[in-house]
Design a protein around this ligand. Sequence first.
Ligand code: SPV
Ligand code: MG
Length: 536
Amino acid sequence: MKKTTQLKNLIQGRDLGFLMEAHSGLSARIVEEAGFPGIWGSGLSISAAMGVRDNNEASWTQVLETVEFMADCTSIPILLDGDTGYGNFNNMRRLVRKLCQRGIAGVCIEDKVFPKTNSFLRGEQQPLADIDEFSGKIKAGLDSRLDDDFCIVARIEAFIADWGLKEALKRADAYHRAGAAALLIHSKRNRPDEIFAFMKAWGNRCPVMIVPTKYYSTPTEEFRQRGISTVIWANHLLRSAVKAMQNTAGEIFEQQSLIDIEDKLVPVKEIFRLQNDDELAEAEGRYLASKRDMAAIILAAGRGKELGDLTLDRPKAMLPVNGTPIIKQALDQLHARSIKDVTVVRGYKKKTLAPLGCSFVDNDHYDETGELYSLYLARAQLEGPAVISYGDIVFRSYILDELIGHAGDIVVVVDSYIGERRPDYVGDFVRCSEKNRKSYDQGHVQLREIELAEKGSFAGPQDGEWIGLLKTTEAGSRALLQTMERLQEQPDFKQMKLAELLRQVLADGGVVDVVYIDGHWMDVDNYEDFAKSQGF
Ligand code: SPV
Ligand code: MG
């Protein structure tokens, strides 16, 4: 139900209703959690919490901002104590529109003169507004509502200014006729005589609200019996907070220690709860999971035979490119993106990889097995989202960012720059749903086919080469695992290339998305690559 409708029902309901004061988002939440059906946005409390007087020293937009915080963190309606409407009918019109826009359910205005003073301060000296002027203000407010259920409550200050019952009734009648949803009749006496006299004379012509701050000892049942609509507890959270803060500040100042105070306070955890940190944690799980929990698998078991002497004592993943081993560059790039859970599948000269300080899975049959088998051995890493990479590629960092940032479940990086490949070049050539248009507004590109041949026997047009880098979401990892489990039943599984896994995903009707690049990476397969890589 809309907050405006909730407030309207509360005010107009048959039972006695209660509004509790709040002056900040935090106190508003506390009001809601206590079970109150609505909040009184107290002018006294809001101004006091700001450290200023209840004399319109805080501007109306500062009050508006405060009640917006209160509305944002609660689901119960707020009736704002709008003082005099902060000016004439025109100010009232703008106030009502803004309150409607910010999710406030209603406003109470008092028939005094801007700038007002709190009713309990020198009340007898307070001038009352002209009745017609104030009635016009009510009408202007009603005409400015963006929601017909938004309530305008008219507060009568005749008793505060010592004008008596007759004046109070005259004003009640005028404001009721102007369209006020309810009247608020206020008294500064410590007995409710004026209020009860008013109720008797007014009858039940419209709902009447009260603020029993001064006549607090009156049993609530007395209010109920007289047909009062709503009781406002107007400043009690602020006052209890002040007492608690004074005690705590005094005690810590005296003792210069927290030892005796800690157990008297709510734990910091309670503050986090009131700030609704649970919701943020849940949202982080939804929106940040792919970054936070991402794992990585680097396939670095092979020697790289074509590199001859260079890989006599180490696998090619450990060859230095510009002074840093290839695989170390990938590790650094992953770590820089908070992907710390990296597993390297090692095989050939595996001890040389030990100083990398990551997790390892060993493929001791690296000589007679393919990359897919290496990935299979590291499948425990595919519990959640993951980056999977060949161990012999170097690439510019933005490529990893684009890959990780892609929303797809299985995403591969495809280099569309294939112009200068040697005739005998071996690569995972692909065909995609569209070519790389190298344009910012390129649509969603999907992988259509991936070549499995050792040397370029791909029949159709080639849109690029998969560089050996892919990422998965949790769902994507699950799909890869399931596909791998099925491929594993085939006799040649251990010799399969990674591309075969992607091909099977496509054959099963799965979707593989593409991040296009245009160069900016290289793999190191032979002497020529190695020489070239030093200028990468
Ligand atoms: C407020 O809470 O600011 C009120 C009620 O207007 S009273 O302080 O009693 O005037
Ligand atoms: Mg007030």
